[in-house]
Design a protein around this ligand. Sequence first.
Ligand SMILES: Cc1cc2nc3c(=O)[nH]c(=O)nc-3n(C[C@H](O)[C@H](O)[C@H](O)COP(=O)(O)OP(=O)(O)OC[C@H]3O[C@@H](n4cnc5c(N)ncnc54)[C@H](O)[C@@H]3O)c2cc1C
Ligand code: FES
Length: 281
Amino acid sequence: MENPYIPFFMRIEDIVLETEDRKIKTFILAFVNEEDEARFSYVPGQFSEVSVFGKGEAPFGMASTPTRPEHLEFSVSAIGVVTEALHNLNKGDVIGVRGPLGNGYPIEKFKGKNLLLIGGGFGFSTLRSLTNYILHDPNRADFNDLTIIYGARNPGLLLYKADLEVWKKRSDINLHLTVDKEADGWKGHVGLVPNIVRSVAPGAENTFVVICGPPVMMKFTLPVVKELGFSDENIIFSLEMRMKCGIGKCGRCNMGNKYICSDGPVFFQSELARLTGEAHF
Ligand SMILES: Cc1cc2nc3c(=O)[nH]c(=O)nc-3n(C[C@H](O)[C@H](O)[C@H](O)COP(=O)(O)OP(=O)(O)OC[C@H]3O[C@@H](n4cnc5c(N)ncnc54)[C@H](O)[C@@H]3O)c2cc1C
Ligand code: FES
């Protein structure tokens, strides 16, 4: 049996500065040992424990799509010891990646359904992964309408600008971008994500909604999607909780009798309501 604490070695191939405040960078990684690529088989919504040697490790959702297996991408917001150490690295440096971990999005259940993806902040990283997975040519026909509502405080804080430009040009995706306040040259929506969800009012029939972002955004978006007619069985959240082992061993991330790391981080609202009542943010 392989030791789940031993990371894959990965080389930083490129670093994209995502936001104008320079706080979020996307690290584009390649396996140091090419044969490891085939051993790292993941679905959108899963995460990895990423280590900077001598500093520690931290969990990050995969922002890349498994349809392009040659690279893994992680978008990292610099807030503390490991994330700042990552931000200080350069192209060519080698880091550790343990994974893939967690359950990921229920792709099989999504087939034949409409999807509404609602995101904010770096929580959008795994929704980017899911979107690029769905838009991949052989996959697109498996899914019906795709609507995305994605918000940031201002246009300079939106992630994945190159992807957003490509998605805007496609006719098979309804993309709604929003910022909190009017800004020069901004042509998208203005307002907080829950308000934009209410005004766009996507239909709930035959549709799953996936919500991923800062806790406050998720908290205020939940009643709005319920008003729109989504049932708890069709509402999905991706949660972020402090973690250590990432594999259900240390007990650091429990919620009721579940571990966010190994039973999640993706949960249906029906499951969360059973575990915690409504107050899970
Ligand atoms: C499943 C999962 C996916 C994640 N995906 C991403 C991602 O794609 N991009 C990204 O930038 N981050 C992501 N995170 C959060 C990321 O793991 C933390 O920001 C990181 O662990 C911080 O490590 P650090 O050593 O830099 O911070 P530390 O030095 O440990 O802490 C710095 C400060 O941040 C607080 N803090 C640390 N971790 C968390 C946390 N999980 N929630 C709230 N506050 C925290 C600490 O209390 C402290 O105040 C994810 C977390 C989980 C569980
Ligand atoms: S992080 Fe150790 S049990 Fe979840």
